[in-house]
Design a protein around this ligand. Structure first.
Ligand SMILES: CC(C)(COP(=O)(O)OP(=O)(O)OC[C@H]1O[C@@H](n2cnc3c(N)ncnc32)[C@H](O)[C@@H]1OP(=O)(O)O)[C@@H](O)C(=O)NCCC(=O)NCCS
Length: 162
């Protein structure tokens, strides 16, 4: 059974390996010249630093990490959504997104934003995200390390704070 829980320090290596595995399943041009920078953003240290201003979720089956997603509390933005290629299309991404949105609503956020790769944008649309704009990567919400175009998206939330 797949379960979603918050990341702990012990998950850092597994999350880094999962991100690599998922990125290797994407077209080469997705990260292009930014690939090594992207991997360093997923190093154990970078993941632990992220926890200073955000939360990371992992989807696990037994001891294995099969998916991950993050919420940045300052930017109110979702990052780093990845599902192991052999687990894609089985609802893991939806479970992770639900966990992230639930936390965002609990923190009182009125909306969350994200910058999606072109193929993943349909996944987010199915989960209620609206397209704001399609941009070259360097014009997205903030400096982003993909080389292809991205779709900036947002979803309104009902705050559950209080
Ligand atoms: C995009 C991704 C996170 C989706 O996770 P997933 O576990 O495969 O998705 P799910 O199985 O939870 O799918 C949920 C719904 O979205 C749909 N969906 C998933 N991927 C889709 C796609 N590429 N196009 C259209 N619909 C898609 C599913 O059919 C499903 O629909 P349903 O609720 O009507 O059954 C995952 O495929 C992935 O990691 N891709 C590679 C990395 C990537 O591109 N990450 C996003 C960076 S922004």
């Amino acid at each position: 059974m797949i379960q979603v829980r918050e990341f702990t320090e012990q998950d850092a290596q597994s999350v880094g390996s999962l991100v690599k595995k998922a990125v290797e399943g994407l077209p080469k041009e997705t990260y292009g010249q930014y690939l090594s920078e992207y991997y360093s953003r997923n190093s154990p240290k970078a993941l632990l630093d992220f926890l200073q201003h955000g939360a990371i979720f992992v989807a696990v089956e037994g001891q294995s990490v099969v998916g991950t997603a993050r919420l940045d509390f300052i930017k109110q933005k979702i990052y780093g959504m990845f599902v192991d290629p052999s687990f894609q299309g089985r609802g893991v991404g939806a479970l992770l997104l639900d966990a992230v949105e639930k936390l965002a609503a609990k923190k009182g956020f009125k909306q969350v934003v994200l910058s999606s790769t072109i193929p993943a944008a349909r996944f987010y649309e199915k989960r209620g995200f609206k397209r704001i704009d399609e941009n070259p990567a360097n014009k997205a919400f903030d400096r982003i390390v993909v080389s292809g175009p991205v779709v900036d998206m947002k979803k309104g939330l009902f705050s559950t704070k209080n």
